[in-house]
Design a protein around this ligand. Structure first.
Ligand SMILES: [Mn+2]
Length: 411
């Protein structure tokens, strides 16, 4: 099923780097230092609005989710933190024991994701709501989330809003923008100095006429208005299909306003499929812009996954995703940039594109396997996970502990 370690494949890639006059050890170190945060909700049973198919091994509590995230980190070496969703992970309120539990498991709590979209009071929005009492409740939830982040040692507050309207005329779009600005400023004022506020955008859904933060430009303006610790979060699935995501990434890097990613892939809309499953070349082009824009001028970027594994086994899907991200970073690092600049300077369109294609078509999986071996890990994380028996073991443990999951249920 999976590939075994191919030392010759790794050697070929390292030789190519040497041919370009690059230091292979530096590239190997960049790949080893790459970190991707996995989301707690990616280990739990999630579904579509039509249904949810339960898996016996799915995580049910925040502790299970931490265990599963730790398994992914143990095998890949690049997932030291796990993002949490405040209401889903701490339904009874935050428990500081979770922080110690994560540390013992070998991971830490990462981005704190707020939830101002599920409660009935948010029917007409949270920060955009006409009712100041509802806005106050949403702001208070975000302030509570900052306090959780401080207790958990997290440096990221991740904000996504479902706010919008479903029909023309439903509300005043400019008034909603102004309410958003005011609320975001209030929570920015409460950020501790080490915490970054990430503002995520999405063109539609659940709102079907207008979404208050619909694209990167709106998120950028709101981030600038909120304060100096606010940045834009790019969820790769939150774009129209024809949109040039790598251009958005390049512009946000150039403006020093790219704060992080939610990685996933999609064929139609916000499908939350595993990264690279549909369009690996797009993911490569995004990484190319990241390397191009940050090589000489580093920028802290939080790489995070936001996926919902409705059918795939969740840990396997997560290992696929983070391995793929590391493989794409390796391809982007392989781009012969002096050759690219040279081709660009001569208006050699074909030559320039071939530089990118050369890197994209180089198999970097053996290089990632070599990076893992240097870290004392198994070269093939997916095969190692399957061989570990983890899935069967936790399925049994969780069945014993919680009883069988419900039959396929309406989400
Ligand atoms: Mn997202």
């Amino acid at each position: 099923m999976t590939q075994s370690y191919d030392p010759q494949g790794a050697r070929r890639v390292l030789d190519e780097l040497a041919r370009q006059g690059r230091d292979p050890d530096k590239v190997l170190a960049q790949l080893a230092n790459f970190a991707v945060e996995t989301p707690s909700w990616g280990y739990a049973d999630t579904g579509t609005r039509f249904g949810k198919f339960h898996q016996p091994a799915a995580a049910r509590t925040i502790y299970d989710k931490i265990d599963d995230a730790a398994q992914v980190h143990r095998l890949t070496g690049i997932c030291p933190s796990v993002a949490v969703h405040v209401l889903w992970d701490f339904p009874e309120g935050f428990d500081p024991k979770v922080v110690d539990y994560a540390a013992r498991a070998g991971v830490r709590i990462g981005g704190i994701n707020t939830n101002t979209f599920q409660a009935g009071c948010y029917k007409y929005g949270s920060f955009g709501n006409r009712d100041p009492k509802i806005r106050e409740q949403a702001v208070q939830h975000c302030l509570d989330s900052i306090a959780i982040g401080t207790q958990a040692g997290s440096t990221i507050l991740s904000l996504w809003f479902a706010d919008g309207t479903n029909y023309p005329g439903q509300d005043d779009i400019r008034a909603r923008k102004q309410r958003f600005t005011e609320c975001l400023r209030r929570i920015h004022a409460a950020l501790p100095p080490e915490m970054t506020m990430l503002i995520e955008y999405k063109p539609f859904e659940p709102a079907f006429y207008h979404t208050d933060i619909a694209d990167w430009g709106m998120a950028l303006l709101l981030a600038r208005a909120a304060g100096p610790q606010a940045r834009v979060l790019v969820d790769t699935g939150h774009h129209y299909v024809a949109q040039n995501i790598e251009q958005i990434v390049a512009w946000l890097i150039d403006e020093r306003m790219l704060g992080g990613f939610h990685f996933n892939d999609r064929r139609y809309a916000d499908d939350d499929l595993t990264m690279g499953s549909i369009d690996p070349y797009q993911a490569f082009r995004i990484f190319h812009e990241i390397v191009n824009g940050t090589e000489r001028n580093p920028l802290p970027i939080a790489y995070m996954v936001d996926q919902s594994h409705n059918l795939k086994p969740k840990i396997e899907a997560m290992i696929q995703t983070v391995s793929f991200a590391q493989e794409m970073l390796a391809k982007a690092l392989l781009v012969d940039r002096p050759a690219l600049r040279d081709a660009q300077a001569r208006d050699d369109l074909v030559g320039a594109e071939e530089v990118l294609r050369q890197a994209f078509w180089t198999d970097t999986r053996p290089l990632i396997a070599a990076v893992r071996q240097r870290q004392g890990l198994e070269p093939d994380a997916l095969a190692a996970h399957r061989a570990s028996g983890y899935e069967d073991r936790v399925a049994k443990e969780r069945l014993d502990k919680y009883g069988p999951p419900a039959e396929a249920s309406y989400a």
